[in-house]
Ligand binder design. Structure first.
Ligand code: HEC
Length: 242
């Protein structure tokens, strides 16, 4: 009696085991090859360490004349700790591959790579940068989107129309490390709190001392430091010459 009861259970376990393994190891078989990879969407996102980015990363495989290629193999890779679901896939009928990216530990800029083999098997690549930030930097990102991006980001988004083109003095993008890294934390604090004139700059940069709490101002400074390219190196730290 006992033995009979065990059998359905064992069959069920075997069934689950096989299905799982098949899904994990079935390497997709490419039916075509392209010659270039382009980013469709999902680059330059800000996620928290160890969590999945809000949007999937979508790349497209094109042939030499820029037409989408269906059935080409795309492989994603990144620094240790970053994972992709799926990590390997075939381009769909619009030439695209979509993957969910989970960030590794630590904050900063993460360079991800998508690779695809051409007809001769030689790989071509696309590099995509994603950001991973602390909770404070996430808050700073929200502050930026709500108050700053309409002037500091020259591109409009679905949520916000850029005012950049209307400004007679052009602010810099927070990603412009050459402009932002020259300003110390106390410079940033002064211009954000008291407006442009605090640093002898244009009054088109409004004061935010009445709008933002001290913590919010610190968060947006932490966000500016995170996104700057080249990266910010705090004064007082000496780096060895190469
Ligand atoms: C109404 C448009 C506008 C908004 C909104 C705005 N800024 Fe500015 N900002 C400017 C302009 C214009 C300058 C350039 C001033 C100059 O160089 O004389 C500037 C300059 C700056 C600078 C100096 C570096 C640079 O870009 O030249 C910092 C830092 C800055 N803003 C931070 C912020 C932050 C943080 C916010 C949001 C809390 C913000 N700004 C919102 C217009 C704006």
């Amino acid at each position: 009696m006992k033995r009979i009861l065990w059998i359905p259970g064992m069959i069920a376990l075997l069934g689950v085991g096989c299905g799982h393994r098949a899904a994990q190891t079935a390497a997709p078989h490419a039916t075509a090859a392209g010659s270039a990879l382009v980013e469709s969407s999902g680059g330059k996102q800000l996620g928290m360490p160890g969590t999945m980015l809000p949007q999937p990363l979508v790349v497209q495989v094109n042939d030499a004349s820029g037409n989408a290629v269906t059935g080409a193999l795309v492989e994603f890779s990144g620094p240790a700790g970053v994972s992709f679901d799926p990590a390997v896939a075939l381009s769909d009928s619009s030439g695209q591959v979509s993957t969910n990216v989970t960030m590794g530990g630590g904050s900063g800029r993460f360079e991800l790579t998508a690779a695809s083999p051409d007809k001769s098997g030689k790989k071509f690549f696309l590099k995509v940068t994603e950001l991973s930030g602390s909770y404070q930097q996430q808050v700073g990102y929200e502050v930026n989107e709500k108050y700053c991006a309409r002037c500091h980001n020259s591109e409009s988004s679905a949520q916000r129309v850029s005012n950049y083109d209307n400004l007679s003095v052009k602010p810099h993008s927070f990603a412009d490390g050459n402009a932002m890294n020259k300003l110390s934390n106390s410079d940033l604090n002064a211009i954000i709190t008291h407006g442009g004139p605090a640093l002898n700059r244009s009054a088109l940069m409004p004061p935010y001392g009445w709008t933002l709490s001290k913590a919010e101002t610190q968060s947006v400074i932490a966000y500016i430091r995170l996104v700057s390219d080249p990266p910010y190196r705090p004064a007082g730290v000496t780096y060895g010459k190469q």
